[in-house]
Design a binder for this molecule. Structure first.
Ligand code: ACO
Ligand code: ZN
Length: 429
């Protein structure tokens, strides 16, 4: 890996005529205006190579000093693999790459064609819905390279997924070290060790609003205005795993709900969700994250359940803030579908009928989200101009199990949360 201050050699030019240009020093590198075929991992067969775009290149350590002796193999290439999420972008050695003659059309031009010339995988990018093309290209340009590759957090190491706008001195480092309790971060492990000797936090700052001693999990509410440093650190940390959220808006109106696993050493954060205090745009959740070493264990679904339990307490039907990431969408579709099927089963058991509106009022899931989930699994069907909901128990069972384990149950009697009251607005006169 090239050290601190590595020069970015290939520039993305969003103009229509030329997509990317070389700087003079890297003109022997593979032309980034054309797709390449590449291996993502060493053990991959050549026949399984994946189409990719070159985002950047850098001189290898063993490259000749004299420029005229350099070839395309004197560089490593930072690639984006087509039809893969940006978290798979990485530096790839030249021997894993085969150049092609397949020209990459600038996105701006394709947009003018009405996208008829065949869509690039990047254009069908729901994760950036709501962003103008130029805004998205600027976002991609500013965040195109990961500058921190690994995270050390408590007893875990993880590879990072995306660029995060840490302060300048934390870029171009291999590993960033976090205190798992106060979320202070360091560029050197020795600094973290010195910090841990002094840090006496054993749980997130803020109020414990949920606890389940049997399962050893707890939820903590942290108000950004009272614990700003903790929440900012968490925003930097989570940006390493969240591509589509920007850190450019103020985080003051947010509450962070931190989910922890407990042991004899303290309450260890496994994930969180943030929520606007003022219920802006009917959003009951702004960002959700499970730290990578705790993913696929049901914590994502549990966090979603908790967010809807808060909606129940507020008595407000809510929805997560858009856009959703690919993993966010999968998790929400899984949770919504299982929640709706649970509801249908309850109604069937009681012999009661129901409407989508009633379902929404009882589950606090927005009608549009219910419809999207039902359509996704083809449970809503048109017949003779009427729309019917398929409620065949066997089909429901099949669909239910295809969405993984159901969410861990929230013990509502253990949830002690009071919605935020804005003293300026909400206290009755
Ligand atoms: N591949 C396939 N299905 C998946 C995957 C995956 N990688 N991850 C989740 N799912 C689906 C599965 O159905 C899964 O159930 P299963 O594991 O029983 O099969 C279900 O979603 C939920 O899985 P959980 O274990 O409950 O969720 P997890 O703890 O992994 O957290 C989350 C999900 C929060 C989305 C996590 O992947 C994450 O933090 N991703 C990075 C940040 C992110 O993208 N957040 C969402 C942004 S959108 C927003 O903030 C509003
Ligand atoms: Zn600390």
């Amino acid at each position: 890996m090239q050290g601190k201050g590595a020069k970015k050699k290939v520039k993305l030019n969003t103009g229509e005529k030329e997509l990317r240009k070389y700087s003079k020093e890297s003109k022997e590198a593979i032309n980034p205006n054309y797709y390449v075929m590449a291996k993502m991992r060493a053990e991959m067969e050549e026949s399984d190579m994946i189409k990719a775009k070159i985002i950047d290149c850098r001189l290898r350590k063993d490259a000749p000093i004299e420029q005229h002796l350099r070839t395309k193999d004197s560089y490593d290439y930072y690639l984006h693999f087509c039809s893969f999420d940006r978290r798979m972008d990485r530096w790839i050695p030249p021997e894993w790459i085969i150049p092609t003659k397949d020209y990459i059309e600038p996105e701006t031009k394709k947009k003018k064609d009405g996208g008829k010339g065949g869509k690039d995988e990047h254009e069908e990018d729901d994760e950036h819905e709501g962003m103008e093309l130029n805004e998205r290209l600027a976002h991609e340009e500013a965040t195109k390279l990961k500058t921190i590759f690994k995270l050390k957090f408590g007893k875990y190491y993880a590879e990072t997924w995306y660029y995060s706008p840490f302060p300048e001195e934390y870029h171009d480092i291999e590993t960033i070290y976090f205190c798992e309790f106060c979320l202070a971060f360091f560029a050197k492990e020795t600094e973290l060790k010195r910090h841990i000797e002094k840090c006496n936090l054993v749980h997130p700052p803020g109020n414990q609003v949920y606890s389940d001693t049997e399962r050893q999990v707890s939820l903590w509410e942290v108000d950004v205005t009272k614990n700003t440093a903790y929440c900012e650190n968490l925003a930097f940390l989570s940006k390493l795993f969240l591509d589509h959220k920007l850190l450019t808006y103020p985080i003051d109106p947010f509450l962070f709900f931190i989910l922890c696993e407990s042991d004899q050493y303290g309450h260890h954060i496994v994930g969180y969700f943030s929520k606007n205090k003022y219920f802006a745009n009917s959003y009951n959740l702004s960002c959700i994250l499970t730290l990578p070493f705790y993913q696929r264990k049901g914590y994502g679904k549990f966090l979603i359940s908790l967010s809807y339990e808060l909606s129940r307490i507020e008595n407000k039907i809510g929805t997560p803030e858009r856009p959703l990431s690919d993993l966010g969408r999968q998790s929400y579709l899984a949770w919504w579908t299982q929640r709706i099927i649970d509801h249908i089963r309850e109604k069937q058991a009681k012999g009661e009928s129901f409407s989508l509106d009633e379902m929404s009022k009882e589950t606090f899931v927005r009608v549009e989200d219910i419809i999207e989930s039902l359509e996704n699994v083809k449970l809503l069907r048109k017949y003779n101009g009427e729309i019917y909901l398929c409620s065949d128990p066997k089909i429901l069972d099949q669909i239910y199990s295809s969405f993984g384990r159901p969410a861990l149950k929230v013990k509502t009697e253990n949830l002690h949360w009071v919605p935020y009251l804005d003293p300026a607005k909400d206290i009755p006169k």
